[in-house]
Design a protein around this ligand. Structure first.
Ligand code: NAG
Ligand code: NAG
Ligand code: NAG
Ligand code: NAG
Ligand code: NAG
Ligand code: NAG
Ligand code: NAG
Ligand code: NAG
Length: 527
């Protein structure tokens, strides 16, 4: 009797150690830091398994799956968890556990499921694939002769009519170990959505009612309106081709409006309430929107600015500008010195009075410097040498000075304003803006002092009638000068190309209201 008992125990241990070996082999090369296993409460075997995982520096826990097991315990944010489920156990709580884990989004990248079952047919009906997606990491292992065969399971999205995809992943034999045959990366393997329908929501504010949305988005004859949506539409079509899904396109009038009761309407609100899967227009990336959807990546560079023409700088000291102060002093000192030497040399020329002598010297020097010629010409060699030297000096100064004056006149710098709204507010330019949603929103909400200065000094003092101008009219007024107009450069520039001369384009300046920032593609959370 004792012998028989020992024999049974021994057999069980052999079989168990063999399953343990497989489990450990399976997790060995996955970057898992924690394992939670649900087995049938066979303590010897569990201790052995925990021990093996600990040797691999993986922490492991094998709790009992009871009625009140809290799925929150499986929550993870930073590292991957492996969940092992032995479906061969007789446990009434499995069904509840399956739907509970589905509700807690445990089928994401951070979880790696290994389900042990007798056969595929017994396991598949017991899965709850309502939150499976292409990132799901779930493997079903079923026994074969001296080993296991592994199946990769996912569902692109049950919510969108996807069905469970079960593909053989590889196998494990006691003798040869793990052999994975599906070697492509998960995302490459699952990139084909097989025509699944995804709801894409765009924002169009100018679409005529009698035009099909698709046609409107492909019509580039009016590039300055609804440009962002028209830009993203081909990107979406390209994604459709790559991933083989179908777009169900719809449109909204706003990006994000907040109704009086605090609920969001517009594109982001629709996304939040699950009426759309992807935004077909880029949306601003800010704190308020993070609860509404999930950001994929920035796809549009957004900015808005005031445009105006810089006028040439009016210089007050054009005449003095060519020389530095030092040069002017040196020239003055040299003039006096030369006049002095000339007057000394004139002493030989028999001039009746010394005052006349100095007067002639000074006067001739100034005359020559001003390129006006001289009434006196010295007769003696000394005087003539001084005279020649003076002529030469005057020639050099005059040539250089006139060249500088000409180049300054030709190269008049423009009176640039820094990229500062405050400077713009202090300038004497008139301002106006295109009526765009973002403009008022930023003026109302921004805490940036530059924006507040603009609002305080200029905007709030203007009458409503003067505040807004249609795009084309605003740009035309820019060309008349002394006027700054705010619009979206993506809408403004194509028109400026038509309305402005090249000279005006050279003088064009920008002062940003919205500094360049990315607008992102958003997808709905949880799906
Ligand atoms: C261990 O599990 C097996 C079934 O897998 C069972 O037959 C056996 O009685 C269990 N042993 C103990 C000690 O619970
Ligand atoms: C699957 O899980 C979801 C989310 O918890 C639940 O709403 C649904 O009823 C479950 N489905 C089945 C068939 O259990
Ligand atoms: C893995 O399995 C494939 C297909 O069954 C086979 O061709 C290959 O030889 C196996 N590799 C190893 C190392 O056993
Ligand atoms: C099922 O998944 C495999 C690989 O994971 C993939 O090659 C195949 O296209 C998928 N089938 C369907 C219908 O999605
Ligand atoms: C895309 O999905 C459809 C519908 O399942 C299928 O007929 C077609 O072959 C797929 N295209 C590619 C390139 O896989
Ligand atoms: C389109 O229809 C909506 C509501 O039916 C209406 O408010 C809007 O003015 C119409 N737009 C045009 C351009 O006709
Ligand atoms: C472009 O849009 C403007 C403003 O909606 C409209 O007045 C104009 O007719 C449109 N031009 C063309 C060619 O569609
Ligand atoms: C908030 O108001 C909008 C329309 O103004 C309405 O559609 C929505 O149902 C309201 N939401 C709540 C929670 O009352």
């Amino acid at each position: 009797m004792l012998l028989k008992c020992l024999l049974v125990l021994k057999l069980i241990t052999i079989c168990l150690s063999y399953e343990n070996e497989f489990i450990v082999d399976y997790y060995k090369h996955k970057e898992i830091s924690r394992i939670v296993g649900f087995f049938c409460g066979n303590t010897t075997r569990m201790f052995k398994l925990i021990n093996k995982f600990n040797n691999l520096e993986i922490s492991a826990a094998m709790p009992l799956l009871t009625m009140d097991f809290n799925v929150e315990k499986l929550k993870t944010s930073y590292w991957k968890i492996g969940i092992i489920l032995d479906l061969r156990c007789q446990n009434k709580n499995f069904a509840g556990f399956m739907s509970e884990t589905a509700g807690h989004y445990t089928y994401t990248n951070l979880y790696n499921w290994l389900i042990l079952g007798e056969s595929l047919d017994s396991v598949l009906p017991r899965l709850n694939d309502s939150t499976y997606s292409v990132v799901t990491d779930l493997v079903i292992a079923t026994p074969i002769l001296d080993g296991y065969v592994l199946h990769d399971v996912y569902n692109p999205s049950k919510y969108h009519g996807g069905s469970l995809n079960v593909t053989e992943l590889g196998d494990w034999h006691r003798s040869s170990g793990l052999n994975i045959t599906l070697t492509h990366s998960k995302f490459n393997r699952r990139a084909n959505y097989h025509g699944m329908i995804l709801r894409v929501l765009t924002v169009t504010q100018f679409k005529p009612n009698n035009t099909r949305l698709e046609d409107y988005l492909e019509d580039y004859s009016n590039k300055s309106i609804d440009l962002m949506s028209k830009f993203v539409y081909p990107l979406m079509q390209h994604l459709c081709d790559i991933f083989n899904f179908t777009m169900d396109l719809s449109t909204d009038f706003y990006w994000d409006e907040i109704a009086e009761n605090g609920s969001h309407t517009g594109m982001m609100g629709m996304l939040n309430r699950g009426f759309a899967d992807i935004t077909g227009s880029p949306g601003a990336i800010n704190q308020k929107r993070f609860p509404l959807g999930e950001l994929v990546m920035p796809i549009w560079n957004f900015r808005t600015c005031f445009f105006f023409l810089s006028s040439p700088l009016r210089s007050t000291n054009e005449l003095l500008q060519p020389f530095s102060t030092g040069s002017w002093y040196a020239t003055g000192a040299l003039t006096i010195l030369i006049a002095l030497i000339l007057s000394i040399s004139l002493a030989f020329e028999k001039i009746d009075h010394w005052i006349r002598q100095y007067g002639i010297a000074l006067f001739s020097t100034i005359c020559i410097l001003c390129q006006q010629g001289s009434s006196v010409i010295p007769n003696f060699l000394t005087g003539r040498l001084v005279f020649l030297q003076l002529l030469f000096f005057s020639l050099l100064i005059f040539n250089y000075y006139s060249a500088c004056i000409v180049s300054v006149r030709l190269n008049q710098p423009l009176d640039k304003i820094n990229d500062s709204l405050n400077e713009l507010a202090e300038s004497n330019m008139d301002i106006a803006a295109e009526r765009i949603v973002y403009y008022d929103y930023l003026l109302e909400t921004s805490t940036d002092w530059e924006v507040q200065m603009l609002k305080e000094k200029r905007w709030s003092k203007m009458s409503d009638a003067k505040k807004y101008l249609p795009l084309e009219e605003g740009l035309k007024r820019i060309t008349r000068g002394g006027f700054a107009y705010h619009c979206d450069p993506n809408r403004g520039y194509p028109l400026m190309e038509k309305l402005f001369t090249s000279e005006m384009i050279c003088r064009l300046s920008e002062v940003h209201l919205y500094h360049p920032q990315g607008l992102g593609a958003w997808i709905s959370k949880d799906q």
